[in-house]
Design a protein around this ligand. Structure first.
Ligand SMILES: Cc1cc2nc3c(=O)[nH]c(=O)nc-3n(C[C@H](O)[C@H](O)[C@H](O)COP(=O)(O)OP(=O)(O)OC[C@H]3O[C@@H](n4cnc5c(N)ncnc54)[C@H](O)[C@@H]3O)c2cc1C
Length: 396
């Protein structure tokens, strides 16, 4: 016999645990299902999250975001103050950006504990295999299978969401926008702990960028994300990262050792056109809530999870429509996600050529590059970028 719940949340990342905490707090029978045996592990993230005041800047329309991104200081391993953009020829553009680097191996389990304390039940080492139209979930835990029947399902199961797939073609990210990413955690790194570096270029990360994020003194998250559709050849991911870590960053990483490696997917195609049905909501990466101009998705996962939790609770309590979820997240951070996607689409046109990338970055300068990374498109850039795209398209 299937177990019965009001809400089944699939995925216990920041999006899923935030949703579950809010729903369970309202007294609804809530279960969270995650395939991992230890929540938060392996860490598949650069672990950078804007500080609450920076989040206010990034998402000026959002009332909830500054509170959502507040991370208790015991999970903050470093604070960075500056973002340094490096163009293919090595030119540097820097601007101030306050971020917390967090320990997701500890933070994700903390978010899960908060949901548990609110009353949510957790089923870990358990994978959603199938969801039927009436929210009958087939869960595999080791060799055994369980059925869960839930009034509502929240898909918080990341870029390759099984919940989203169960809803049909319109809810699946296009393959060309899925960014395979690889990251090493490197110890013995001689990097400035206040600076986050983002490197661009066809040899570095076609259709993406490579990063060096100082996790704590002597330790750095060194990684890159790219899009295969924009690469000239089939160079393996590892070769890109080895080149970046040991050639581009050779001076700061010459004595560094790789202490762990992770590979994962970042959905870069912007939000799905629809993120709800009559009995399902999609949150976080499953909904495409990633800032396409920088690949960050923790803030929107946390904030979107809280919005989903509120909407689900009100729906169960008073019958308010689930479509409220999409209305509210769009109001809070939809414009920024949309702008970030526009920035990426323009960059896609420019970045395949390193020379043009260098010229564009030089022409733009830090005054215009900064807002682009911050999901903003200042009017002159808007006009200029459209012109650049128009001119370039005549030669391509
Ligand atoms: C290499 C890399 C670096 C990144 N760096 C940053 C960064 O520095 N800053 C930032 O803001 N963002 C970063 N991101 C993006 C960020 O990690 C995500 O946007 C964020 O984790 C999204 O949270 P989520 O809860 O939606 O999904 P996730 O954190 O991916 O959680 C999804 C959960 O669902 C579970 N799951 C998946 N499928 C199933 C299934 N079928 N059944 C049961 N459970 C399932 C998974 O085990 C996982 O626990 C990075 C991503 C990558 C890959």
């Amino acid at each position: 016999m299937a177990q019965l719940y009001d809400v089944a949340v699939v995925g216990a990342g920041p999006a899923g645990s935030s949703t579950a905490r809010v729903v369970a707090k309202e007294g609804f029978r809530t279960i969270v299902i995650d395939r991992r045996s230890s929540l938060g592990l392996p860490v598949q993230c650069g672990e950078l999250i804007p500080t609450p005041s920076e989040a206010r800047n990034l998402f000026p329309r959002s009332k909830r975001m500054p509170r959502a991104v507040h991370v208790p200081s015991r999970f903050v391993t470093n604070k960075t103050k500056l973002i340094r953009l490096v163009s293919p020829n090595g030119s540097v553009y820097e601007f101030s950006f306050n971020a917390n680097i967090i320990d997701r191996a500890e933070y994700d389990p903390y978010l899960a504990r908060q949901a548990q304390d609110a009353g949510a039940k957790f089923l870990i080492e358990s994978t959603l295999k199938k969801r039927s139209a009436n929210n009958n979930l087939l869960i595999k835990s080791g060799v055994s299978e369980t059925e869960i029947l839930s009034k509502l399902v929240v898909g918080a199961d990341g870029a390759n969401s099984v919940v989203a797939r169960s809803l049909g073609q319109h809810f699946i990210h296009s393959d060309k926008d899925l960014s395979p990413s690889l990251q090493y955690v490197m110890s013995g790194a001689d990097v400035d702990t206040s600076v986050v570096e983002m490197h661009f270029g066809g040899k570095i990360a076609p259709g993406g960028y490579a990063w060096c994020i100082p996790k704590e003194d002597g330790i750095a998250n060194v990684g890159f994300g790219m899009r295969r559709s924009l690469a000239r050849d089939a160079t393996p991911l590892r070769a890109y990262l080895e080149r970046f870590a040991f050639k581009t960053l050779s001076s700061s990483l010459k004595n560094a050792k790789i202490s762990s490696r992770v590979a994962a997917i970042i959905p870069m195609g912007g939000p799905l056109r629809k993120t709800w049905t009559n009995n399902v909501l999609l949150v976080g990466d499953a909904a495409g809530h990633v800032m396409a101009s920088n690949g960050g998705g923790i803030p929107t996962a946390l904030c979107g999870g809280e919005i989903a939790g509120d909407v689900v609770s009100k729906h169960l309590e008073k019958g308010t429509p689930l479509s409220d979820y999409e209305r509210i997240w769009k109001k809070e951070y939809g414009k920024e996600l949309e702008t970030a996607l526009r920035v990426l689409r323009v960059a896609d046109t420019v970045m395949p050529s390193d020379t043009i990338t260098d010229i564009c970055m030089k022409l733009a300068g830090v005054r215009f590059l900064e807002p682009l990374i911050r999901c903003r498109l200042p009017a002159p850039v808007d006009i200029a970028s459209k012109t650049v795209v128009k001119v370039l398209s005549q030669f391509m």
